[in-house]
Design a protein around this ligand. Structure first.
Ligand code: PHE
Length: 344
């Protein structure tokens, strides 16, 4: 009898183990423990046994029943666990949870200003031209009428590269490249990086940015240049900001000038920013020297032109009230975060 019951448990176990749902389990439970089950019919048989054998027989049946019940419960748990695991994966995305915050970057103040300058000049009819940061003597000096003994060619000013070439000291290299390639009329700006062997201080950095403007056509005069500077100054800094030019010297312009705008902080009455002069220096300017046209094959009898170069750092410092140029290059997050605008 005992053997038969063991066999019954084995059979039940193999049936139970293939159950994949609670319903399957209920069917198996009915089969092995229900009213019509073999086990149940044994209870009836018990009545025919002599009373002294009944307890042992009863225990045997009960133990068998318990074994099968345990197996059923075990499988029931396994089915539930499996369903839970699957459902856990399905609901791993909790739509009510706040999103994972990823910090977005912002634009660097120099990029913001450079783009603003681009927009102003695009609005004034200029096109944007670019050239390489690594250039050569011809484009940086020779074609710009700079004599071989000019101090700006000095190692103390210019970074020369091993094996030839140099890091451009100004974006005037791009006016050379444009004039080499295109006939007049020309009306371009060239924004970009420049490099000079300067020690960093509040107003110098070995890497800085310029925007060069070049206009070449028939009948271009100094007054056109002055007008363009004034327009730029008033669009960039406000209507009441005026400009002036002062005589200066550059090898590639004749006459040459330095250009100033009226102090955007004090309006011209004098303050610390303008060193109590009422004016702020913006960069160099001048009428393109006919020698430059001759070198580049543009007929200087027919064409005239002007060029000027603005310092982007200077403009950014004025616009954002930044007292030290080096702050723009240290990339302290506390500074950069102030320029994230609507970005958090
Ligand atoms: N290239 C000059 C500089 O870097 C600026 C300049 C540009 C002067 C154009 C005249 C005309 O200082």
């Amino acid at each position: 009898m005992e053997e038969e019951l063991k066999e019954l448990v084995k059979q039940a176990e193999s049936d139970i183990l293939v159950c994949a749902s609670y319903n399957d389990l209920l069917n198996i439970k009915a089969k092995y423990l229900g009213k019509k089950s073999v086990l149940n019919s044994l209870y009836a048989k018990m009545r025919d046994l002599p009373s002294e054998e009944r307890p042992a027989f009863g225990n045997l049946i009960n133990a068998t029943r318990k074994n099968i019940e345990d197996l059923l419960e075990k499988q029931n748990k396994a089915i539930k666990e499996d369903a839970w695991k699957k459902s856990e994966n399905r609901t791993a995305i909790d739509l009510t949870m706040p999103g994972i915050f990823s910090s977005r970057g912002g634009l660097h103040p120099l990029t913001i200003i450079r783009r603003e300058i681009d927009e102003v000049f695009l609005g004034l009819g200029f096109e944007i031209a670019e050239g390489p940061d690594i250039d050569d003597d011809f484009h940086n000096f020779d074609a710009l009428n700079t004599p071989p003994d000019h101090p700006s060619r000095n190692l103390a000013d210019t970074f020369y590269l091993e094996g030839g070439g140099l890091l451009r000291t100004h974006t005037s290299t791009v006016q050379v490249r444009v004039m080499e390639k295109y006939p007049p009329p020309i009306k371009i700006i060239s924004p970009g990086c420049c490099y000079r062997n300067d020690k960093p201080d509040p107003s110098h950095s070995p890497v800085f940015h310029q925007v060069e403007a070049l206009v070449v056509d028939k009948d271009i005069s100094l007054s056109d240049m002055k007008d363009m500077l004034s327009q730029f100054a008033s669009i960039m800094f406000g209507k009441n900001v005026s400009s002036r030019i002062r005589p200066h010297f550059f090898p590639f312009t004749e006459p040459s000038a330095e250009m100033d705008i009226s102090c955007v902080v004090c309006g011209g009455t004098g303050c610390r920013v303008c060193k109590y002069s009422g004016w702020i220096e913006m960069g160099g300017a001048g009428m393109v020297d006919p020698n430059v046209f001759d070198i580049l094959g543009i007929d200087s009898e027919i064409y005239t032109g002007y060029a000027f170069g603005l310092g982007i750092e200077r403009i950014a410092m004025l616009k954002y009230n930044i007292p030290d140029l080096r702050i723009l290059y240290e990339n302290d997050l506390r500074m950069l975060r102030q320029f994230k605008g609507e970005l958090r």
